[in-house]
Design a protein around this ligand. Structure first.
Ligand SMILES: Nc1ncnc2c1ncn2[C@@H]1O[C@H](COP(=O)(O)OP(=O)(O)OP(=O)(O)O)[C@@H](O)[C@H]1O
Ligand SMILES: [Mg+2]
Length: 231
């Protein structure tokens, strides 16, 4: 379980997060919703250790990780699929997957077969350069690279951004399957209400750096959430 409590975060002098809290449970999909620029990515970067918080606490599996560097959080089972995917365009698909090995002990430094069961297209493209893949395939690669680390917390920042509808369904299917295994907490940033409604067990809505709504899927009131998503 991930517990975020009362996080304040700044970019220079401007405050991006104010007293933000959330809980992400293993076996569940926790969805962070909010319009452009409200602080969703800042929050994800704070969770994975790429952005320092000014105050507040992050606790993962009963351990305080607030001041743990990103590589140590990766070793503690936290994996990150960044917004915009950030795959390496000049490396092959296989090499991109191998970049996920960094936090792993030597014995685990191989790509599990199940990754190709989740994303069969990647097996056929192992020798292709990342930059030659379509946007949707790059997103699948970015998720696969995160899964190579065998995470227990998977953080996905807008995995559907700029992706064709058929691949959105494909990604939705994989995320649902991963959650159903019950071994992983999934923290998912989304701007599309439909995608969030289809997947979320719990949700948090951010507006201007603050949590304005939070609850379980059953408590998700479409009208109220949409009010915070439309400009
Ligand atoms: N590195 C940075 N330096 C300065 N300001 C930043 C930086 N990163 C983000 N910001 C600002 O912090 C605020 C929150 O940004 P953030 O990227 O967290 O929002 P977001 O909800 O992920 O937006 P989007 O929906 O566009 O991805 C924005 O006003 C943004 O301009
Ligand atoms: Mg963002």
């Amino acid at each position: 379980m991930l517990h975020v409590t009362k996080v304040d975060l700044f970019h220079g002098a401007s405050q991006a997060l104010r007293q933000v809290g959330l809980t992400a449970r293993v076996g569940q999909i926790t969805c962070v919703l909010g319009r452009n620029g409200v602080g969703k990515s800042s929050l994800m970067r704070a969770v994975v250790g790429l952005q320092a918080v000014a105050s507040g606490r992050l606790v993962w599996e009963n351990r305080d990780i607030t001041h743990l560097p990103a590589h140590a959080r990766a070793r503690s089972g936290i994996a990150y699929v960044p917004q915009g995917r950030e795959i390496f365009p000049l490396l092959t698909v296989e090499e991109n997957l191998q970049t996920g090995f960094a936090p792993l002990p030597r014995a685990l430094r191989h790509v599990p077969d199940e990754i190709f069961e989740l994303f069969p297209v990647l097996r056929d493209m192992l020798a292709r350069r990342g930059g030659d893949l379509s946007g949707g395939q790059q997103q699948q690669l970015a998720i696969a690279r995160a899964l190579v680390t065998r995470p227990r917390l998977l953080v996905l920042d807008e995995p559907t951004e700029g992706i064709q509808p058929n691949l959105i369904q494909e990604i939705e299917r994989v995320i649902r399957l991963l959650a159903a295994r019950g071994t992983m907490a999934i923290l998912l940033v989304e701007q599309y209400f439909e995608f969030a409604r289809a997947l979320a067990d719990a949700f948090v809505v951010l507006d201007r750096g603050e949590v304005v709504m939070a609850g379980t899927a059953g408590e998700l009131r479409e009208n109220e959430v949409r009010r915070h998503l439309t400009v």
